[in-house]
Design a protein around this ligand. Structure first.
Ligand code: BGP
Length: 479
């Protein structure tokens, strides 16, 4: 039992959560740039007009824009085989509407890609990771407007043409199925139904029909992008990316099992079914009917979806839930909530920790699609403490990752075609859900804090050397 030869070990980040330099070299304003800081107890806000004196973490993040060479050198020191990062759409097309790409933006990512290749690290690029140009939100309500499809394809073309021969792996949208949740409509699809005043991130004005319309346009855009990628370079491999949330019936009551199936349909399968199989699953007809959702489709959409299934499947995996048809104590999770599982412990942010749930997930996904799989996000957000001697002993993170890697190994033994693993936030960065630095995931500590202090210097945590050993032994040495 072992990981296959050539297994892609590495780490993952997203532009808006680490680059900073939010208005440098011609970059435009993205949806993340109008999101304020927040914390576990205080939701961040989306402010259509930037407020003087308000703190916007993406504007500086961890200053990776100016330090990417140092960061990638550290990734290389750990032995990364792959580095997953996102391109910030607004560096390439500042408003999303330009006809020609911004050369300075392309050059920045060329620098990142070349730096990876210098160390033999395979770049894995997320094209749209919660970074839709804000101008497209104002004009078209993000992907709710069909016009945004063309803007996205123009952006994809610029990337596919520029990186031909250098980059092999692409993901169209980060966690597209987050668009099935009210909170995810803004992040994943750029849908913001309230432009006149700020929105509390956790309580958006939600119109399900608009959200599912936007999701449909994103499906079409994603399928068109897959096709375009293959036309430009037949060696390109394009994947989908989902939040995977393993879930169990809370009790053996048949009604709880049915509630769990419905959760799986909407949350885990709907978007992946469309992106992997190329057509809408039949169970969504009922959901749309019962929720009075009418999605408008153009006559060619069916064909476009059929012609653009993805080459591989990827997901984030952090935690699991239970489902019940009745009442239950609820537990927090990645963008969504579910019923609490009495057998699991939770992280400092209340996310239930479930390594076996990852093996369950990988089996379920592979049984369904028979496609190569990468786990492109997994990790523990925790409060790290610096000891008097300056060391950061994140044994809890090592333990979390170790348990999950063991379960991935089991899944490989079960026959799952798992080809890679990129831990989330391989370097500390800004949290997507809470907008804070305090929730740290990295092997590399960044001296930057929520009160705006800190010089951005980088330090290795205990987990740094541990992960280096894991990679060097291809997952054999986990202690
Ligand atoms: C996923 C996102 C990431 C990331 C991660 C951890 O949903 O794709 O961008 O941030 O979750 O979540 P958080 O930062 O909220 O802890």
């Amino acid at each position: 039992m072992s990981f296959p030869e050539g297994f892609l070990w590495g780490g993952a980040t997203a532009a808006n959560q680490l680059e900073g330099a939010w208005d440098e070299d011609g970059k435009g304003v993205s949806i993340s740039d109008i999101s304020t800081g927040g914390s576990a107890g205080k939701s961040k806000r989306i402010t259509p007009v930037l407020e003087d004196g308000t703190y916007y973490p993406s504007h500086v993040a961890i200053d990776h824009y100016h330090r990417y060479k140092e960061d990638i050198r550290l990734f290389a020191e750990m032995g990364f085989k792959v580095y997953r990062f996102s391109v910030n759409w607004t560096r390439i097309f500042p408003t999303g509407l330009e006809k020609e790409p911004n050369e300075k933006g392309l050059r920045f990512y060329e620098g990142v890609v070349d730096e990876c290749l210098k160390y033999g690290i395979e770049p894995l690029i997320t094209i749209c990771h919660y970074e839709i140009p804000f101008e497209l939100v104002k004009r078209y309500n993000g992907f709710a407007g069909r016009e945004t499809i063309d803007c996205f394809i123009r952006y994809c073309r610029a990337l596919f043409e520029r990186f031909k021969g250098k980059v092999k792996y692409w993901l169209t949208f980060n966690e597209l199925n987050n668009g099935t949740n009210p909170v995810g409509g803004f992040l994943a699809l750029g849908v913001l139904n309230e432009l006149e005043k700020p929105t509390v991130f956790q309580e958006p004005k939600d119109v399900p029909e608009i959200r599912f319309q936007a999701l449909h346009h994103a499906f079409v855009a994603s399928a068109m992008a897959v096709r375009l990628a293959h036309e430009i370079d037949p060696d390109y491999r394009v994947g989908c990316m989902q939040i995977f949330c393993t879930s169990y019936p809370l009790t053996p009551k048949p009604e709880d099992t049915m509630a769990n199936i419905e959760f799986y349909h909407r949350m885990n399968w709907f978007c992946a079914d469309v992106q992997c199989r190329g057509y809408y699953p039949s169970y969504m007809k009922r959901y749309f009917r019962e929720n009075k959702i009418n999605v408008k489709m153009e006559p060619e959409d069916e064909r476009v979806l059929q012609e653009g299934p993805v080459d591989f499947y990827t997901c984030s995996y952090y935690m699991s839930f239970c489902q019940t048809a009745g009442e239950a104590e609820s537990a927090l999770g990645n963008m969504i909530q579910g019923a609490k599982n009495p057998y699991l412990k939770a992280s400092d942010w209340g996310w239930q920790i479930d390594p076996v749930g990852l093996r369950v997930a990988l089996n379920q996904i592979y049984d369904r699609y028979q496609l190569p799989i990468m786990v492109v996000e997994n990790g523990l957000g925790a409060y790290d403490k610096k000891e008097a001697d300056g060391s950061i002993n994140d044994d809890y993170r090592i333990d979390y990752l170790r348990q999950h890697i063991k379960q991935m190994e089991e899944a490989v033994d079960d026959g799952v075609d798992l080809i890679g693993y990129t831990t989330w936030g391989c370097i500390d960065l800004v949290s997507a859900s809470t907008g804070e630095y305090a929730k740290r995931y990295g092997f590399i500590y960044v001296n930057r804090f929520d009160d705006g202090t800190g010089d951005f210097s980088r330090e290795k945590k205990k987990s740094f050397d541990w992960y280096k050993r894991v990679i060097a032994s291809n997952g054999k040495e986990l202690d």
